[in-house]
Structures are given as C-alpha cells and as structure tokens.
Design a protein around this ligand. Structure first.
Ligand code: GDP
Ligand code: MN
Length: 378
C-alpha cells in the first residue's frame, strides 16, 4: 500500500528524521493561510501517489502567501499520470545546496533489506541509476542486527558527506531504518535528503510502501489508504477479502484456493485459452463473496466466459452453488458460465447449477476445454 508524502514524512519524523514545517491544504485559500503562518516562502506540493510530481508541474515554489494560493489553485484538480490532485502539502521552502538520495527496500535475492544512497539524488535519480549505477551505494542490513554504526560511516565516506553532517546523517539513516522496520514497509525513501545552504540536513520528500500483508498490524496506517490509486475491481476485492490480480486474457476464473487458482490458469492455457485474472475467493465462500467476485470478473470488458472451479472440502458444493445462483440473480451476467464443482455435496451442487442453464463439467480438463470453446464461439 502506498501512502502520501506528508504521511511518510510524519512517520519519518516520529523516528527523529528532520522534516520541513508544513501542513496539508485542500483549498487555495487554506494554502494561503498556511503559507502566511510559515513565513511566506513555501513550496506547494501535490499529494498524489505517483512519482515525478516535480517534473509534471506538481511541485512549485512560492515567495508569498498570494503566490502560494495561486499555485495551489493551479495544482489542486491537476491530473498527474491519471490521478487527480485533491490535496497539496504546503512546506516551508528550503534553500537547497545539494540533494542526496536515501532509500531502503527489500533485496529479495539477498533476502535482506538494502539501504541505497547516492550523492546525486533528486528528480533524476532513475537516470543516475540507469547511466551510472556505480554512483548508487548499496548496503545490506541484517534485519536481526539492524543498521550498524560502521555501515552508516561507510556510507557517509562513500558519498563524500561533509564531516559536520555525519552526526545528523546517522540519526536520519537510523530513523529511516526504524521507520521501515517498525512500519513493515517494503520501501522507505527520502529523495531528496538535502544539504541546505545553512549546512544542515533535511528530508524534503518522503515515500513509503507498506506490506499489504502486514497492514493489519498497523491500524493507524491502514486508515491512510487512498483508494484513488486502486481500480474499482481492486477495491471490491480488498473489501471482500478476495485475492485478485487482473490479467489480459478472456476467460474469467473464479476459484477457491490459491493453488487451485494457479492450476486452473495453467490448464486454461494448456487448452489454448488465456485467463483474464487470478482470483481466489478463499474458503467458505458465501453468496456475497461470490457476487463480489462476479462483479469483479464482469467489470473486465475482455471477459467472454466465466470458469468457476470450486473444490468443496469444508466448503459444501451445494452452498457454493446456491451462492453462485444468488450472485447471478444479483449481477445478471451476460456471458456463458462453465462450472466445475467437486468434493462435499458435489452432486447436489451440480444439480442446482444444471437446472440454472449453466455449462457443467466433471473434471478440470473438461471444464477448461468447454470454457475455451465457449470463448472462441463468443
Ligand atoms: P517529486 O518530483 O515527486 O520527487 O517531488 P519532490 O518533493 O522530490 O520535489 C522535486 C524537486 O523539487 C526536488 O528534487 C527539489 O529539487 C525541488 N524542491 C522540493 N522542495 C524544495 C524546496 O523547499 N526548495 C527548493 N528550492 N526546491 C525544492
Ligand atoms: Mn522526490
């Protein structure tokens, strides 16, 4: 889950990272008042969950409260990479001497978090990474030991950080690590971490990604969710506890269990079809869950047929069938459905499905074959 710059910086600040004074506004007049309180010279920053806001015109320096109001009027409502700006952060402007990149993410290959640092931070960091990757220093962090003092000193030397900033840098690097670790983040990034004209360090921009599987441990962060970045299907899936990933095929798959869902996708491909999605409705799927799954699958215009593959273990097939029928009643899909039910009360389930004019199948292969054929006909 992505959180906004101002939210990320608040979390960083909790762990001792210095950030500029600032406040969020949703209207130009409010931006003006905040700018006035901050002394007039501010930076007006769009709060949208995409990178490269600066280059897109979503970050603007203002020299007076009036100018801040004008910039806010321009930026609020602006479309940046498909997202509408609804909030702006008004930060006290800083006088930037140089920009450092400082970030932590997971290195899956090394199975460890890695801190990445570059003396050439700022809006062109991707370019630096592409053209001169040697300018980005990587230090792996043992999660049991945490970030060590010697590692921080190594980094400071590698980026030629002035001696007088070492102590502050140590606090910031440690703070970022704590924020990353304690929030179950998969990314914590300060870009730029600036050296100001006054010679101090300041985290001017902040970004965090939180591991979705750990959100339940952070109710305060869960509240920060901005559904603007999700598709409607993703929102429905999350709200109904369904694991859903959109793909670009034409056979919508509704399956219980992640392993069975993967198998179903493979068999669909084996028979020459292509799955429109991965969708695991989980155990104990009731009518409500099934209906949500239908709505998700059918919201995809590419879907030509729905393949329902359910294994009834603890879940009873007749209950699932009733759920499917109730969901159909509600959603009224206009594409053919192929249903394969197997396991507890499969006979009863199949009878219900067959009575409702859907295509039934006994085996997964048969179901996949029929679904592929139906998709070709459509
Ligand atoms: P991003 O483009 O989404 O990464 O947004 P940033 O917050 O990183 O802002 C982009 C760039 O704007 C930074 O790299 C800085 O060069 C510049 N910038 C941001 N805040 C300030 C500030 O307070 N003063 C000045 N002079 N420039 C700033
Ligand atoms: Mn940035």
């Amino acid at each position: 889950m992505k959180i906004h710059e101002y939210q990320s910086k608040h979390i960083f600040a909790k762990y001792g990272v210095p950030i500029p004074n600032g406040k969020v506004a949703i209207a130009p007049k409010e931006a003006r008042d905040i700018a006035k309180d901050l002394g007039g010279r501010v930076i007006v920053k769009s709060q949208v969950l995409v990178g490269g806001r600066g280059k897109a015109g979503g970050v603007k320096l203002a020299n007076s409260p009036e100018e801040a109001e004008q910039h806010a009027a321009t930026i609020l409502g602006m479309n940046i990479k498909g997202l509408t700006v609804r909030k702006v952060l008004i930060d006290e402007a800083s006088n930037i001497k140089s920009e450092i990149y400082l970030g932590i993410t997971n290195d899956r290959a090394k199975r460890m978090p890695v801190m990445m640092v570059s003396a050439e931070g700022g809006v062109d960091i991707e370019e630096v990474a592409r053209v001169s990757p040697e300018k980005i220093i990587k230090v792996h962090i043992n999660p049991l030991l945490g970030l060590q003092g010697y590692q921080i000193r190594d980094i400071a030397v590698s980026i030629d950080l002035p001696r007088e900033n070492w102590k502050e840098f140590s606090v910031i690097a440690n703070g970022l690590w704590q924020a990353y670790d304690k929030s179950d983040a998969t990314l914590a990034e300060i870009n730029p971490l600036v050296i100001t004209e006054e010679g101090t360090l300041l985290a001017v921009d902040g970004k965090m990604l939180i591991d979705d599987s750990a959100i339940f441990r952070h109710p305060d962060i869960a509240e920060m969710r901005d559904t603007d970045v999700e598709t409607e299907a993703e929102t429905i899936a999350r709200e109904h506890d369904l694991s859903y990933i959109k793909l670009d095929g034409e056979i919508g798959c509704m399956v219980n269990g992640a392993g069975l869902a993967m198998t179903t996708m493979d068999i669909v491909k084996l028979f020459g079809g292509s799955p429109a999605n991965f969708l695991d409705i989980g155990g104990g799927a009731n009518a409500e869950k099934v209906a949500a799954a239908f709505r998700i699958i059918l919201s995809d215009p590419n879907v030509k047929v729905v393949l329902i593959n359910i294994f009834g273990g603890i879940t009873r097939c007749d209950e699932v069938a009733k759920g499917v029928l109730a969901a159909i009643e509600e959603v009224k899909p206009d594409v053919p459905m192929v249903v394969r039910l197997v396991g507890t009360n499969a006979e009863e389930g199949r009878a219900l499905i067959a009575a409702a004019n859907m295509i039934t199948a006994e085996t997964l292969a048969e179901a996949a074959e029929k679904a592929v054929a139906a998709a070709k006909e459509a």
